[in-house]
Ligand binder design. Sequence first.
Ligand SMILES: Cc1cc2nc3c(=O)[nH]c(=O)nc-3n(C[C@H](O)[C@H](O)[C@H](O)COP(=O)(O)OP(=O)(O)OC[C@H]3O[C@@H](n4cnc5c(N)ncnc54)[C@H](O)[C@@H]3O)c2cc1C
Length: 295
Amino acid sequence: MPEIYDIAIIGTGPAGVSAALTAKARNLNMVWFGNKDISKKVSLAEQIHNYPGLIRVSGREMQETFQKQIEAEELAITEKVINQIFPMGKQYALFSGQESWMAKTVLLAMGMAPSTTMKGEAEFLGKGVSYCATCDGRLYAGRKIAVYCTNPEFEPEVEFLADLAAEVWVYPTYQDFSVVRDNIRILSDAPVEVCGEDFVSGIRIKSGQTSQDADILPVDGIFCLKDSYSPVTLVRGLEMEGSHIKVNRRQETNITGCYAAGDCTGRPYQYAKAVGEGNVAVHSILDYLHSSFSV
Ligand SMILES: Cc1cc2nc3c(=O)[nH]c(=O)nc-3n(C[C@H](O)[C@H](O)[C@H](O)COP(=O)(O)OP(=O)(O)OC[C@H]3O[C@@H](n4cnc5c(N)ncnc54)[C@H](O)[C@@H]3O)c2cc1C
């Protein structure tokens, strides 16, 4: 039987750090996903004037302070990007590629990702849209696929797909994409829509730069290899308010056992707000665990 954690925290920004510290203080059995560099949004800040206890520090100094505190509290970060979360009865299954974890509650503290979800992406997930080359690559052996690649770290997955597929159209969102294969073609404009009826049959390209210079490039599937995922593709049925996850003052979402905190729940985008919500969310989770699981 896999271990079932009390809480799975997604995100190592200020909201996630605050939640993890509170969960540790309250002795919860947790698994915490993100990265050891904390958050790009923290490290990029030039000077921070509005965070209590830290006087005119740079983002890097704040990042180091968080890292030291995480180390002092012996908190473990699992450096994985979660790409699917499924409610299973009173528990959740969380996936990063082929790896999975089980938890009684989930806290989404994933920040505000730039909105890179294509039209049709959520609709065709599992019907030609995939987030995992290792899991689904073999389905496309000898076929024609597209890959939306957001990070050089995913290039080994592109190579794996190129070994299987007949033709691979890649849209890298960064400079210096380095995979060279006879069957790889580079798209210079972004795919903006996944098209098809029951299953993916093509992708619409912004300005129509395909081999036939057509607007729609016919493909059998598209792999979206991304650093972050929109909340609605991560958790099906999650209620949103515009581009933010809808929560109440207890940080509860519309899905029982699923909570959200930080920038992903709305403005103001500020460290203090993220930290406060992370703390509130864990207190609400404690109440829920107590009433539903007698933890
Ligand atoms: C340049 C800049 C300067 C700023 N200056 C200030 C300031 O002076 N004062 C202030 O109050 N605020 C400032 N902010 C805003 C502040 O950075 C944010 O409000 C804060 O970082 C939000 O924290 P968060 O935890 O909600 O999200 P983030 O800090 O965005 O953290 C989200 C985390 O989730 C992880 N993640 C996302 N998706 C997944 C996934 N699927 N699986 C696993 N992990 C995932 C990310 O890797 C990241 O670690 C600044 C922002 C920027 C960009």
